[in-house]
Design a protein around this ligand. Structure first.
Ligand code: CA
Length: 414
């Protein structure tokens, strides 16, 4: 059976990061996303090295199992290349990369995965994640320590347990094969998509946008609309759609940028082995993004630290809340005291009266009361004065209010 594949790869630096450490590749039968990271140096170097190494196995395979073996050894080769690069360039120590890849072989796919980039399958309108994140929080979820819900906002949600890099010479890579059916749509993406755009929105776009390129663009757009705090890379692979002519392989992200070797940072003898590498020793650290905890004690320690932090946060919130309540109460008291230093002249029970407070009320709460009621009937005032009193006359002080009352008394007795 002749099958055709249409695929697209799109990568964007996002709205916050200054450089793109993601790489993506859509080839003839191989598709992948790599999300690089580095404490003191080049995550972009790491994802580019891994992507360019794994790209070399983009060809036809007799069976999916053969492709699976090829992926496994290409991942390990990329890991070795990263270690070798760090050995020659210690300023790159700590660099690493996720890689999620699939190879299409007739009615099957071979998959390989390490890190927290993700592979999803859209089949019959339903989107399912087929990879498991190799993250600290996923391990906490798996061991029942936190819920899936808590994992979404956990402060350590970006900490990776496994990556390709210089830490482990034989990292544990998930590889397997799966059936694929006509009409299947595969998505490979970095956490700049899956960690930012809701699952249902991703599913909706994939289900409703016809062309893989348009769908990939829409997904990246959705991440940008949500603020795109991270690099975002999307590869969409459609199975069994008519191809628009032969499809050229597409490389995106840092692996697509031409890299030049920086002579100053190379030992002369190894320079020939790394002719296209640009190093970034001056790039500021972005904080720890991956580690290799060796024992459960270490995990427990981290969990305890998180709990301590949560308790501190709660205490801070409680204190802030109390302070706010006190401030509001104080403002209310001061405000009320101010109103009670004001006086005005008005009408009460048909007589002229001096009121303490202000005419306005605060909802059902009146901010004034009768201070003294005179025996001057409002009816006996002139029409003009009656109207004034009924509408209330502001006084600048209690003495002023008494002066106004005397004036009215004189006028009414005339
Ligand atoms: Ca990322």
């Amino acid at each position: 059976m002749v099958t055709s594949i249409r695929a697209a790869a799109v990568s964007h630096v996002g709205k916050v990061r200054s450089n793109n450490q993601d790489s993506g590749y859509a080839g003839s039968s191989l598709f992948l996303v790599a999300d690089g990271m580095g404490g003191h140096a080049g995550g972009d170097v790491a994802s580019a090295i891994a992507t360019n190494r794994i790209k070399e196995i983009d060809h036809d395979y007799p069976t999916a199992e053969d492709a699976q073996v090829a992926l496994q050894s290409a991942f390990l080769a990329a890991n070795g290349l990263l270690s070798e690069t760090v050995f020659e360039h210690p300023e790159l120590t700590g660099m690493g990369t996720t890689v999620s890849a699939l190879i299409r072989v007739d009615g099957k796919v071979a998959l390989a995965h390490i890190g927290d980039s993700r592979i999803y399958l859209l089949r019959d309108g339903a989107l399912k994640q087929v990879t498991t994140d190799h993250t600290f929080v996923q391990r906490l979820v798996d061991t029942g320590r936190i819920t899936e819900e808590e994992a979404l906002t956990h402060p350590r949600r970006s900490v990776l347990m496994r990556v390709l890099g210089d830490v482990d010479s034989s990292p544990e890579i998930d590889t397997w094969t799966a059936e694929t059916l006509p009409g299947d749509r595969w998505l490979i993406c970095s956490d700049g998509l899956s960690g930012v755009v809701k699952h249902d929105l991703i599913a909706g776009i994939l289900a409703n946008v016809e062309s893989p390129k348009a769908a990939a663009d829409r997904l990246v757009r959705a991440s940008l609309d949500a603020g795109a705090p991270d690099n975002v890379t999307v590869v969409v692979v459609d199975i069994d759609r008519p191809a628009d002519g032969a499809q050229e392989p597409v490389t995106v992200g840092s692996a697509a940028a031409p890299m030049q070797f920086d002579q100053e940072h190379a030992s002369h003898t190894r320079a020939l082995r790394l002719p296209t590498l640009r190093l970034h020793p001056a790039r500021p650290a972005t904080g720890p993004t991956h580690f290799e905890p060796q024992t459960d004690d270490y995990l427990d320690e981290l969990i305890e630290e998180d709990q301590r932090r949560a308790r501190r946060r709660k205490l801070t919130w409680t204190l802030s809340g109390l302070l706010l309540v006190v401030a509001i109460a104080l403002a209310a008291i001061l405000g009320y005291e101010w109103t009670q230093s004001r006086y005005y002249v008005g009408e009460s029970d048909g007589r002229v009266a001096v009121f303490q407070g202000v005419q306005q009320s605060l909802g059902p709460i009146s901010l004034s009361h009768v201070y003294t009621r005179t025996d001057i009937p409002v009816d006996e005032l002139s029409a003009y004065e009656r109207q004034q009193v009924e509408g209330t006359i502001n006084a600048s002080s209690l003495d002023d209010a008494r002066r106004i009352v005397r004036q009215l008394a004189d006028d009414s007795s005339d």
